[in-house]
Design a protein around this ligand. Structure first.
Ligand SMILES: CC(C)(COP(=O)(O)OP(=O)(O)OC[C@H]1O[C@@H](n2cnc3c(N)ncnc32)[C@H](O)[C@@H]1OP(=O)(O)O)[C@@H](O)C(=O)NCCC(=O)NCCS
Length: 178
């Protein structure tokens, strides 16, 4: 089941976020990351606020995927608004993560789980009339790149350098019927 997060999902989401952080450190995409405790703390505080106060933070959706009453993945990011509350055509996908047993290569993998979660995020962007989604990933993370580029049927994608020199930025254009 794919749905928006509820406050009672917080612990499961924070556990997945920790698993994601350890996964990234393990793969050594960025040797500095291990030392960057402040960034890790900030990401967790933001995530907590989004899950516990979804109304206040409705421009920052958190979506989860649930299997047998267990949260096995989440996706989150921002839909950027200006001061008067209007969407500024842009959104950022910050994290998308499926726990190891259920992701590609895992014993319980069902093809398309991550893709459906990404689609949920895209749905929230469409609802808010956002025209594009930016996502940054580590340039050496070919798994992430393969995943994002496999979505090319649904998005028109352009690729550029991210602000972080270790990362590549993708821009997914969301199409609207005129
Ligand atoms: C990336 C991730 C969310 C994908 O979810 P998933 O359920 O495993 O993958 P899906 O079944 O939805 O994959 C969709 C497409 O991406 C491809 N893909 C997914 N993971 C891949 C991998 N590790 N290597 C190569 N291709 C991959 C799939 O083959 C599939 O392509 P297809 O439709 O042509 O067969 C998940 O594997 C994950 O959490 N990985 C670790 C964290 C991560 O890398 N997050 C993204 C970067 S920030």
């Amino acid at each position: 089941m794919f749905r928006s997060s509820k406050p009672e999902d917080l612990n499961s989401i924070l556990l997945l976020n920790r698993e994601f952080f350890l996964y990234t450190i393990d793969r050594n995409f960025d040797p500095e990351l291990k030392r960057n405790k402040a960034l890790y703390k900030k990401v967790r505080t933001d995530l907590k606020n989004r899950v516990l106060h979804p109304r206040k933070n409705n421009q920052t959706p958190v979506f989860v995927v649930e299997k047998n009453n267990r949260i096995i993945g989440y996706a989150t990011g921002w839909i950027l608004k200006n001061k008067s509350g209007k969407t500024i055509t842009n959104a950022v996908l910050e994290n998308i993560f499926i726990t190891v047993a259920y992701r590609k290569g895992g014993p319980k993998y069902v093809r398309g789980t991550g893709a459906k979660l990404l689609n949920k995020f895209r749905g929230a962007c469409r609802k808010n009339k956002s025209h594009k989604i930016n996502v940054d990933y580590y340039t050496t993370d070919s798994d992430a790149e393969n995943f994002y580029l496999s979505k090319s049927a649904q998005f028109s994608i352009s690729k550029e350098k991210a602000r972080d020199p270790n990362k590549t930025r993708l821009e997914f254009i969301i199409k609207y019927r005129s």
